[in-house]
Write a protein that binds this ligand. Structure first.
Ligand code: MSP
Length: 612
């Protein structure tokens, strides 16, 4: 069917014109014949001129870097709210790990961070999963939502707010938001017929589908649905969104995803259905108990609800006043349209600010296919954490996958990277330096680190790498940030190998003094590595700090300023040298050692690391 427009009517009685696509067939109901007095007050072609002014969010993006302005340096960061159809897999954990690293980095900068995560619990997909598991939807949601919390604990995720879309306070806010949009004349009722992917919880355009109307993401056929629904007048916001994006080009990152978003908008925005007459498991549409609110319209608002305090009587404006707009929505690329097109339009309609930035990362893949429950090709994050520890899992995915692009997982690569970087470059360097300090200086620093490094260009190399790491963190180039920090370790290893303090100590006199200074220099570099890498591998970095004689409280008080040279002072006593990161035994080592079963049981070697 050729694209066209139909006159439709809103719940407030305001008529609108909506475009019709080939796979969407609206049938306008009770139109002019029944209500001849209705005038089309806001045809979509004209509405852009009457769209309410929106405030520039309080945060500003400066050349792609996230900056917050104003006296209160707030940084509100969100992960997607995860569907509770099944427990989390590595794909869902990936977004949360990245968000956690960003949140921790922003805290180091001294920002007041609100890190929001949670679960998306309504809709057909969840109701079907509950039925399949033989439990009621709410029991099912409780169980699966809890499994996310357990995993986040295991992965050292430092979220501030965990929102469940079945929380009571959320329902009140969704209804209030719906009423605002309705009062703005942006909701109308119409018949709808289209192809629906239950896994995406989205009506699809035939053009996007594979053979047999299969969803390209889930490779399952979409089902033909015909319903009488309420619609959101997205088309009305076409011009406003075009304008917003052209004046805020950093709204969508990475920049190649911005092109995708611009393409969707310029191709024409279609109104979308925001209620379901066939789904009971959802928030009822205000004033129409026969319909529930579409799961995406409901879930996106979770970002705002999360800001309200549990003790408060829930109220949209109050939640908004507690920190909206978000500084950053971190999402996977599959849900970009919802966040970069639907969501800003919904916010404009309700007179609320648009978030500062939406960053769409790539997929973790297995054999080139998106890892996911629907395809059954997942990697269990809990298994990985139990086998290798949270630091290894966090570090590997953030270092190995260029943030924004897809990345394939292989255990061999995992073991190689983690062993080379964390066990050898960092762990071994610390361990052998502490060993030398114990042997030659009774584990006590003989000099201030500032004094030890005088006239030595090593300090400048470290400072430059730290500056670069900061720049990359700020620009969400997490892999590059890790690379710069690891480079400090590489430079440190080269330095110690070249200067061979173990030989200088044997020479005594001035050589011995130089050797002692070298140890202080390396230990100060280790401290800086630990401060700078703490957003990525917090437990490992704490272990480094405690080996350097700091308490948990001192580690927790670290800020980005502590990446400056000069914290270690003469007289500080180091802790007993222990490996801070246990080397992982790889398959080859296992084969050499004995049967696969034996190998499996001894996967992580708690072995001492080589002392020079
Ligand atoms: N419930 C919606 C989000 C609503 S936000 C208001 C949803 N949930 S989801 O559980 O299906 O996906 C959550 C996130 O996990 C998405 O950002 C998705 O891209 C991400 N991932 C799921 N599988 C993934 C990979 N294999 N790799 C990387 N991330 C992927 O969508």
């Amino acid at each position: 069917m050729a694209a066209g427009r139909a006159l439709l009517w809103s719940q407030t009685g305001i008529a609108a014109v909506a475009p019709i696509s080939s796979s969407m067939r609206f049938r306008a109901k009770r139109l002019a014949s029944s209500f001849p007095f209705l005038v089309c007050r806001c045809p979509s072609s004209l509405v852009s001129t009457s769209v309410r002014c929106y405030n520039r969010p309080q945060s500003e993006v400066v050349s792609g870097e996230l900056k917050t302005s104003g006296k209160e340096e707030n940084f509100v960061l969100t992960t997607p709210l995860y569907y509770v159809n099944a427990p989390p897999h590595m794909g869902s954990a990936y977004t949360t790990i990245a968000a956690d690293a960003i949140a921790r980095f922003q805290r180091l900068l001294g920002k007041r961070v609100v890190f929001i995560t949670g679960t998306d619990e309504h809709g057909e997909k969840i109701a079907a999963a509950a039925e399949a598991s033989g439990s009621s939807p709410s029991e099912h949601c409780d169980t699966i939502s809890q499994s996310y919390k357990i995993l986040w604990k295991e992965l050292d995720i430092s979220y501030d707010k965990f929102i469940r879309t079945t929380d009571q306070k959320h329902e009140a806010i969704v209804k209030e938001f719906y009423s605002r949009v309705l009062n703005n004349g942006d909701i109308y009722r119409a018949d709808y017929e289209g192809l629906y992917c239950v896994n995406c919880e989205e009506y699809k355009d035939e053009k996007e589908l594979l053979e047999n109307n299969c969803c390209p993401m889930h490779l399952k056929p979409c089902v033909l649905r015909k319903e009488d629904n309420y619609f959101f007048a997205l088309s009305k916001y076409q011009k406003a969104l075009e304008d917003y994006i052209s004046s805020n080009p950093d709204f969508v990152k990475p920049s190649f995803r911005l092109n995708e978003v611009q393409g969707w908008i310029t191709n024409g925005l279609k109104d979308f259905s925001i209620s379901r007459s066939t789904v009971e498991w959802g928030i009822p549409v205000p004033n129409d108990k026969t319909q529930t609110i579409y799961v995406w319209f409901d879930a996106l608002l979770g970002y705002i609800t999360a800001l309200s305090e549990d003790s408060e009587q829930s109220n949209l404006q109050q939640a908004v006043n507690s920190g909206w707009p978000a500084s950053l929505h971190l999402i996977g690329k599959d849900i970009l349209r919802f966040h970069a097109v639907y969501w800003p339009a919904m916010l404009l309609s309700a007179g609320l600010s648009i978030p500062n930035m939406v960053f769409g990362h790539g997929f973790l893949t297995k054999d080139g296919m998106k890892m996911g429950k629907s395809l059954g090709n997942t990697l269990e994050p809990m298994d990985l954490v139990q086998k290798f520890g949270a630091d290894a899992v966090r570090y590997f995915f953030l270092r190995e996958v260029e943030f924004g692009n897809d990345g394939d997982y292989s255990e061999e690569r995992f073991v190689n990277i983690v062993n080379a970087h964390l066990a050898n470059t960092i762990g071994n360097l610390l361990n052998r330096t502490l060993g030398l300090l114990k042997k030659n200086c009774q584990s006590t620093l003989p000099y201030d680190s500032i004094f030890a490094v005088e006239g030595n260009s090593f300090k400048d190399s470290v400072s430059q790498l730290v500056e670069k790491a900061k720049y990359h963190y700020e620009n969400l180039s997490l892999s590059s940030a890790c690379e710069c920090i690891l480079e400090i370790g590489n430079v440190g290893n080269l330095y110690i190998d070249k200067n061979a303090p173990w030989s200088r100590f044997k020479q005594g006199g001035a050589s011995s003094e130089m050797a002692a200074k070298d140890l202080v220099i390396i230990l100060e570099a280790m401290r800086i590595i630990a401060a700078a890498l703490s957003p990525v591998a917090p437990s490992l970095c704490f272990r480094i700090y405690s080996q350097l004689g700091f308490s948990k409280e001192q580690f927790e008080a670290v800020t980005w300023d502590d990446t400056r040279w000069g914290e270690l002072k003469a007289g500080r006593v180091m802790a007993e040298a222990k490996p801070v990161f246990a080397k992982i035994e790889n398959n080859q080592d296992r084969d050499k050692k004995g049967s696969p079963e034996e190998g499996k049981n001894k996967k992580i070697l708690r072995q001492g690391l080589v002392e020079a």
